[in-house]
Ligand binder design. Sequence first.
Ligand code: ATP
Ligand code: MG
Length: 547
Amino acid sequence: MKKKYIYKKNFIFNIIKKDLICKKYKTITTRFPPEPNGFLHIGHAKSIFLNLNIAKKYNGKCNLRFDDTNPNSENLKYIKFIIKDIKWLGFKIINNIYYTSDYFNIIYKYAKELIKKNLAYVDELSKNKIHKYRGTLTKPGKISPFRNRSIKENLYMFKKMKYGYFPEGAACLRAKINMSSFNIVMRDPILYRIKYIKHFKTNKTWCIYPTYDFSHCISDSLEKITHSLCTLEFLDNRILYNWILDNITKKFNPCQYEFSRLNLTYYILSKRKLKFLVKNKFVNNWDDPRMPTLSGLKCKGYSSNSIYNFCKNIGITNQESLINIETLEHYVRNDLNKKSLHYMGVIDPLIIIIKNMGKHIEMILMLKNPKNIKEGYRIVPFSKKIYIDKSDYKEKFDKNYKRLILGRKIRLRNSYVIKAKKIIKNICGNIKKIYCIYYYNTLNKKIKINNKSINVIHWVSKKHSIPVTINLYNHLFKVPNPGKYKNIISIINPNSLIIKNSYVEPNLYYLKNYNSFQLERIGYFCLVKTKYKNNLIFNRIIKLKKY
Ligand code: ATP
Ligand code: MG
C-alpha cells in the first residue's frame, strides 16, 4: 500500500519542526509501545500511524517496543497477533522490535542509582496502606514509616527483594519525591514490585518488575526516542517521566508529548473491557467482527486502507473528543465503493411466480461495476420463478411505499417490469408466494409512469440462485457512548448478530475468501468461509448509505 500522504499538520509536527530547526535533535525517533496483554484496536491504529508517519516524514525511525513489565497478563500469543496486525496495516515492520524486558538489567541498575542518591526506598507498607497514605487531591499524603531507612539498608532490602526473600506484596521500591505534592503521581510512586510469575521472555530470572512509569522513560532514553507520544491520561505522569530522567545518569534525553486518545461512538476501546467481552463469551473471540480490534475489523471486511484514511483525516489534537462511528463508516464505504463488483442477493426470500413467462431461461447481461464500465459484464439468469426480498413487498396499499404492492408496476433490477396480481398465503396467514405478470418489451427500456421513473427492486432466479448464510452485524452496544457505563452487560445489543439463510446470484460462487462485493440495494459484504458444507458464508461489512 502506498502511503504518500502524511498526517494533516498538527501540533506534534509543529513541535518536531521546531526541534529540528533549533537543532535539539539531529534525527527523529518515535516508538509504538503496546503492552502484549490483548489485541490491537482501532485506537492503537491512530497511534501507530502517527508514530510511523512522523518517522517517515522526517526520515527517522519508529521502534515497536513491547511494554512487557507485567507478566500477570502478558503473553507470546498477543505478541504474535500484534505483529500480524501491524503488518496488515501495511507496514513492513518497523525493522526494530524491542522489548522493555531486554533492559531489565539496566533498569535495575538505575533503581540502585536512585537508592544510592537517597531518592528511592524500600517500603514494607501493604498495598492498601500505600494507597491510603497517598492522600487525595485535597489532602496531602502521609509519610511511610519506612521512608527514612538508610541508603545501605535500602540497598540491602532491594537486593533481598530481587533474590526472593519477600512474598508478593510484602515490599516494593518507591521513589522518594514529595508526599505533599499537588500532583498525586509524585507522591513517592512505586518503581518496582514483586511478582512470582514466569515472564514469557525472561522466564524466572526476575521476581521484581519495574512499573510502567519507571521503565518507560528509561527505555525511551536507551532507544534514543526523541518524541515519546502517549495519550492524554499520561499528562500528569510527564513530570515523573522527567524527574526520573533528571536523576539518573543517562546519555539521551527524550521528551514526552500527549495527544487525545481515539474514542468512537458505539465502541469500547479499553483492552480490559474487550478482554471481559471475550472471556465471558459475549463475542466469539478478539477477532469477532463486532469488536473494534484490527483483526475484528479485518474479519468484518474493513480494509487497512480505509482505517488508514480514517486515522489520517481525524487529525491529532490534545482535546478529548468522541468521534462518530459514521466517520469511520464513510471511509469504509468510500474504499468499497471504488473496488467492489456488483451482484444481487435476497436476504429474506419471497417467491414470485411470473405467470405469463414460459419455462425458458433468459440470460441477462449486467455491468459488473456500474461505476466502471471497463470491468465488463456478468450474465445473470432470469426465469419464471424468482426470489425478491420480503421487505420489498407490502400487502396494504400505501401511496408512499415505493416497492411492490398488489396491482402496481415495479422494475426488477436490470430486467423487466412486473405487476403483482395475486397473493397466496399459508394457513397461518403468511404470504407464501405472489403471482405476477411481466412486460416482455420492457427489458432495459426506460419507462415512466405519470412522468416518474419506475421504482426498482432486486431479485434472483430461484432455480439458479445459491443458498448462502449471511451474518448481519450491528453495533455490539445499544448506546452511543458505551465507554461511560460501568456495567457493560446491561447495554449489550441482543441483535448485534443476525444470521440469515439467503439466496444470491450464481456468479458469487467463484469468489475468494475475504473478497468484498456489493449486493445491490443492500450493502457491502465479504466472503468469510468458502463452501462450508457446500454453503457460502458472507459477512455484511456495511449497509449502503441510502438504505
Ligand atoms: P487500553 O486502554 O486499550 O488498554 P493502553 O494504553 O493500555 O490501552 P497499550 O498497549 O499500552 O494500551 O497502548 C499502546 C499505545 O497505544 C500507547 O502509546 C497508547 O497511548 C496508545 N493508545 C491506546 N489506546 C489508544 C486510543 N484509544 N487512541 C490513541 N492511542 C491509543
Ligand atoms: Mg498502556
